[in-house]
Design a protein around this ligand. Sequence first.
Ligand code: PLP
Length: 377
Amino acid sequence: MKKIQMVDLQTQYQHIKKDIDTVIQEVIDSCQFINGPAVRQFQEALEKYLGVRHVIPCANGTDALQVSMMALDLQPGDEVITASFTFIATAEVIALLKLTPVLVDVDPDIFNIDPVAIERAITPKTKAIVPVHLFGQSADMEAIMAIARKHNLYVIEDNCQAIGADYIFSDGSRKKAGTIGHIGCTSFFPSKNLGCYGDGGSILTDDDVLAQKLRSIVNHGMVVRYYHDMVGVNSRLDSIQAAVLKTKLQHLDEYARKRNTAASYYDNAFRNHPKIKIPARFPHSTHVFHQYTMILHEGVDRKGLIDYLASKEIPAMIYYPVPLHLQKAYIDPRYKEGDFPVTEAISHQVISLPMHTELSEEQLKHITTSVLEFLNK
Ligand SMILES: *Cc1c(COP(=O)(O)O)cnc(C)c1O
């Protein structure tokens, strides 16, 4: 049996090696490393796939979030509401721009930001909401957009983990996650569902005026070359990464199916087990399983399980062990331990199992059998 990894990029590459090597060589032959034709081709392919008017490629998902907040003219002191249970990037750019992060708790089943908690956190200083579509399914965008309309707020979707997921509205219509708010952000970090071979990201919007501003900010605030109308940054997706992404985008739906197949295998093995809660599906979103993250019930020795799995050469991870308000760099007198009971509880109970496009049945069997061996001991 092949060694089990959290994400197996080598095997995935072997399946598409011929195409990838060809397109990378084409970029090298052209020597158009920055803003070559591959960037525009990928941009257009992604616009079509997502059904969004504008994709603005940039250097990574964190920049996508930062540039979005700059384009919306958020000012120091403006409050931005986001989830307390997430990857650090969201809070980081809020802090860098000297905005005020306002954290709210998440839903205990879906792990995504709780719309009721959002509404309670709104003050006259609130300017934007940043829902994070964690682990591969969309947050409750219909409820979030209704709150945003009512209070005149911007919504920036952090879609770094759920590219390709469909949001399903109450009337049955669908839109891709990341294309519902005013702006959406994606990351093409190698281990993401659509990952390149380095760093990459993009910003999504249907708004023509905003798109032009975003495009200018990622390029030093330029519209006309060497005329700088606003303060910008240097945040580009390079041509080699765009060529890789253009190739991999053609496989994105097939990759999501493979991730779902692995998730179903895990579900079937663990469903009804008294010590495990399998990941709940939000009825208004399809799931693209960036992570398969389950809850271990009270009393299960999580570290013991991780060590046992390691002894069987099975990796497992904790996403995320420390909530934002308890991270050293973000200690804030407004918040203390106990303020976000759901986030704090689940950060002690979650465990993520290997999840990628190349898991074999033999590997899945070894993983599930080993988990059950430990829990049934
Ligand atoms: C990966 C990730 C980011 C940051 O993306 P980078 O490309 O690594 O900068 C932001 N938010 C979430 C939720 C992520 O998972």
